[in-house]
Design a protein around this ligand. Sequence first.
Ligand code: ZN
Length: 353
Amino acid sequence: MKNVLFRMFLAMGLLLGAVAPGLADPIQALVNQVSETYYTNYLQNGLYTHQGNNRNDGKPDHDSAKTFIYNTLSGFGLSTGYDNGTYGGAAYSNVVATLPGQVYPQQIYIVGAHYDSVDCPGADDNASGVAAVLEAARILSQYQFERTILFIAFDREEDGLIGSYGYAGAHAGDNIRGMLSLDMIAFNHVSPTYQNKAWITRANTGSPDGTQNALANALSTYSTITPITGVMGYSDHVPFAGFGQGSALLIEYAMSAYANPYYHQLTDYTVNSLGQAQTWTYQGNPYLYIDYAYATQMTRGVVGYLATVAGLLGPPIVIPEPTSVWLLVAGGGLVMVIALLRRRSSRSEKASR
Ligand SMILES: [Zn+2]
């Protein structure tokens, strides 16, 4: 019986060994887990983006969305908290979740998005960015990294970057090496000049740092989006740039005459009261308003960037089960089986936390 089992595992190992070259880049394998289904669910069903919703500061949906974000991040096993304070006399409440670095915990990367809106459902502006932060956290929380990654939902960006100024000011002395603001990443204009592209911009204060190029490289490598670099303020990366910290804004490419037609409007929603998806019209033709596939590609680039700069170490290490020790002896191709067993162990460990 043992012999039969051994042969079976050996065959499995050889099979996995044969497909291993396709998984040569462990970051590619990680990025491939980014899911349009999860992204869509966060954006459409979690973040209060239906017609009639309103995440403006002080409105009930603002606080309900904040609670959803907290529960989702905390549900991934991340240490999660509210960062409450005031900036310029205005109160804010950010949500911050920490994935601690295993080698250089003081070196920090941040991916953030504001969850407030301008008196509207704010599906594109900016539940689209928050959904990407949540999906990035879902994937990355299953792995370990050399450096720390923070997932932050910023409050009151629309009132003058209140939440991000508050956070950046309180953490000006931290070693923040790269901060991404994801702000409006789901409107993909159908004009060929604008379609499937993204702006990666730095703040109009401060000097260029490596963050833009690193994110642009990740988008080129791990997504179908064409990155365009430039300079643009008006989002949560600005306060970090002010303290000389690496930072960049990721935003949909369509601007000016081609900008999102529902920007800061009551029409910036995912679905109406009948559950019908919002549409928009260009040159007489109707199109779906929120492009979930495009936003998922944006998220792939962000996840690829973070896994690269934070230094992917692998899934949490657990002591191999006795069967996997046998497999280790059997040969190099079988390392994949070990990885699968480790992965399963780490998942069950996490679920019990
Ligand atoms: Zn915004």
